[in-house]
Write a protein that binds this ligand. Structure first.
Ligand code: GGG
Length: 354
């Protein structure tokens, strides 16, 4: 038997509920797999609760603790007790940047029977947003009160960092992904008319790389136009590659177009596999519904499918997605999708269809 050693980091708010749901489903996938696999889970209770006791979101040696695992299964970060920028940088970004998970892959999958804001059913749509996950607007460069002029006159600077190497590796990842898909289309998104240094470099790298992928149809789009295009011309999109901030915003929009942010899965990958990659729902901690048992677990469950693929278990990932589709088709939908099902109802329905 192959046993995968998974680090489980539930984090804050609904994070614990959705990763518990995902873990139950993944254990059932393993039990019913033809591949003789299993999961060994080690839980790390890091997040805002840990912060209250220790003054930090995770231990100083937290990255060393994660490093030996085969993968990390993550919930969410964010709470009223810790400023959002402290919790995000102290946990999620510390792991992504510390473990070189430079490609954040966010598929947008349309499920059967799920109401969407699109004019069409969305049945034939399927996008992947590829988010640069190590630099750009999330480089963490800048400072506050630079003028020294005191209250009411404070000045803050936030600098984006674009390196040619960083642009090239995320674009090559996106090109390679696009060429595995039936439509072989890649759209690069920037705001390079206004961001005249880093994003112009991004555009130039994209133009240079296109010559290496003549089998991939490409175009470039400004991020504001892209927001409209998601809504008005969804069928024109396939794989989308964008900087850290732009891709974060667009993938939220994309999953809302598919029905709910609660559906969206993601993989934070170190494509060179020197460190464990991390799988998490795109949504945050949703404190307004935490503890009510109604959080949509589909984003976390589908992140489990991405983790299975990363571990080489493609058949089980496909079987898991079919079970998620069947549960949705049977009308087992949480309130964010207009249904009345609980988190546990969705888990039961997925297990029934495995
Ligand atoms: N599961 C993802 C999560 O917890 N996200 C919280 C968040 O605020 N993310 C913003 C970001 O990563 O840019």
């Amino acid at each position: 038997m192959t046993t995968y050693d998974i680090a489980l980091v539930p984090g804050d708010g609904v994070g614990g509920e959705v990763v518990a749901a995902g873990r139950e489903v993944l254990d059932a996938v393993a039990r019913t797999s033809d591949a003789d696999i299993g999961f060994a889970w080690t839980t790390y209770d890091w997040g805002s609760g840990y912060f209250a006791e220790h003054g930090r979101m995770m231990p100083e040696d937290g990255l060393d603790l994660l490093a030996p695992h085969d993968a990390i299964y993550f919930g969410a970060v964010g709470s009223a007790q810790v400023p959002d920028h402290v919790s995000l940088w102290g946990l999620r970004l510390r792991i992504c940047q510390g473990l070189d998970q430079w490609a954040n892959v966010r598929p947008v999958r349309f499920l059967p029977n799920v109401p969407t804001p699109l004019r069409t059913t969305g049945a034939d749509l399927d996008w992947v947003v590829v988010r640069e996950n190590s630099e750009g607007e999330y480089a963490g460069l800048g400072g506050r009160n630079l003028s020294g002029r005191g209250p009411g006159n404070e000045v803050a600077v936030q600098t984006s960092l674009f390196t040619e190497k960083g642009c090239e590796r995320i674009m090559r990842y996106a090109f390679e992904l696009a060429r595995t898909r039936p439509r072989r289309r890649l759209t690069s998104v920037t705001k390079s008319n206004a961001q005249q240094y880093g994003m112009v470099l991004w555009d130039e790298v994209f133009t240079r790389l296109r010559a290496d992928y003549p089998d991939v149809e490409t175009d470039s789009c400004l991020v504001d136009a892209m927001a409209a295009r998601f809504v008005l011309r969804p069928a024109s999109l396939d794989v989308i590659v964008a900087s850290n901030l732009n891709a974060d915003i667009l993938s939220d929009l994309g999953s809302a177009m598919a029905g709910s942010l609660g559906l969206a899965a993601s993989a934070n990958l170190d494509p060179e596999r020197r460190h464990p990659s991390m799988f998490e729902p795109v949504h945050g901690s949703a404190p307004d519904i935490a503890g009510l048992g109604v959080a949509n677990p589909v984003g976390a469950i589908e992140s489990g499918a991405l983790m299975l693929e990363h571990l080489g278990q493609d058949a089980d990932a496909a079987r898991l997605r079919r079970a998620v589709d069947a549960a949705a088709a049977a009308g087992v939908l949480t309130p964010d999708l207009g249904g009345t099902a609980s988190t546990a109802d969705v888990v039961r329905a997925v297990l029934d269809h495995l």
